[in-house]
Design a protein around this ligand. Structure first.
Ligand code: HEC
Length: 121
């Protein structure tokens, strides 16, 4: 009996662990699907959509100094409501109709990983 309970508990633990990694892959997939065409696969702002007709380059998320000027709320709001909501370029689209708030939170954490930087408090 005890053995069985142990086995079940182990099973649940592994289940939770693997769910955790699926969640992390989720962030990367979201980014690749919705953001990388402009911001680049590594977040450097050089995605394949960016041509000379782009009046403003997409933000380079690996630019630590610039990214540390933004709080997580700043990043979240600009993703939800688009560039103009933060007096930025309209080339940055609003995503609130496409992504859930949870997905946007995931993307904010992912962007912090790309910049390897701290949020402005
Ligand atoms: C069509 C191209 C395009 C796509 C797609 C795009 N962006 Fe942007 N993004 C831009 C541009 C251009 C800027 C720069 C705006 C500026 O500096 O005026 C920008 C800026 C940003 C900023 C920085 C704002 C700031 O305050 O400096 C964040 C954060 C951001 N984008 C997140 C995302 C995320 C997350 C996605 C995917 C869900 C995404 N973007 C998809 C073009 C795009």
């Amino acid at each position: 009996m005890l053995r069985q309970i142990q086995a079940i508990l182990l099973f649940i633990c592994f289940g939770l662990l693997s769910m955790g990694s699926v969640y992390a892959a989720g962030a990367e997939q979201l980014f690749k699907f919705y953001c990388a065409q402009c911001h680049g696969l590594e977040g450097k702002g050089n995605g394949p959509n960016v041509t000379e007709s782009f009046a403003t380059d997409p933000r380079d998320f690996t630019d630590r100094a610039e990214m540390e000027k933004l709080s997580d709320a700043d990043i979240k709001n600009v993703i939800l409501d688009g560039g103009p909501s933060a007096s930025k370029s309209e080339l940055m689209p609003p995503w609130s109709k496409t992504l859930t708030e949870e997905e946007v939170d995931t993307l904010v954490s992912y962007i912090r990983k790309l910049c390897k930087c701290q949020a402005k408090q």
